[in-house]
Design a protein around this ligand. Sequence first.
Ligand code: SAH
Length: 208
Amino acid sequence: MMKHNLIEDWMNRGIIRDEKLIDAFLSIPREEFILKKYLNESYGDYPLPIGYEQTISQPTTVMLMIEALELKKNDRVLEIGAGSGYCAAIISKLAKEVITTEIVPELAKFAKDNLKKANINNVNVIESDGSQGYEKEAPYDKIMFTAACPKIPEHLAPQLKNNGIILAPVGDFFGQKMIKCVKKNNNLDCISLGYFTFVPLKGKFGFK
Ligand code: SAH
């Protein structure tokens, strides 16, 4: 699989047609965000292990999530689950700033190193329990979880701007619904975007 096969596939299926999204995808080398032994699988449409029982998400999933965030140039985005830093890297091309939290110290370092290699300067990797959000830099225009949540993270609504979006896979260990919530007058209006499978969220508001 090559970068262009993925784009062709998205076009054929009628998903991810936004040129800005495609440009952002093209501008980030996924090969810089994976372990060397998987180099020839850089553009396979599946998750790859990054160590510590974690994975870099499948390209199509990353793109569908970023599309759902409806990013604007001036957005400040909070990501929970930096992992490899790949998702944050793509968002960085479509938003003003990304704060991405990672609970595994080694992966926080992995993400930082990868982002540096890719010359990205508007992503701030924070080693912390992102299940509680990151109050210090709040409020955010968008908040996204890249780990499975046991319930809709309503407790993060105060860290979200009005009309902001929270995106989170919500369910159990075996499968989740991608929940997209828009904050309206201090309430969250939520819809489901379908089924996905993510690694479980850890930390205070994660799985016990
Ligand atoms: N967005 C990543 C995919 C990450 S997989 C990428 O593009 O590569 C999910 C990540 O969430 C894992 O790295 C895991 O360690 C992290 N994670 C799990 N619980 C967390 C928590 N409470 N706070 C921050 N990160 C967490």
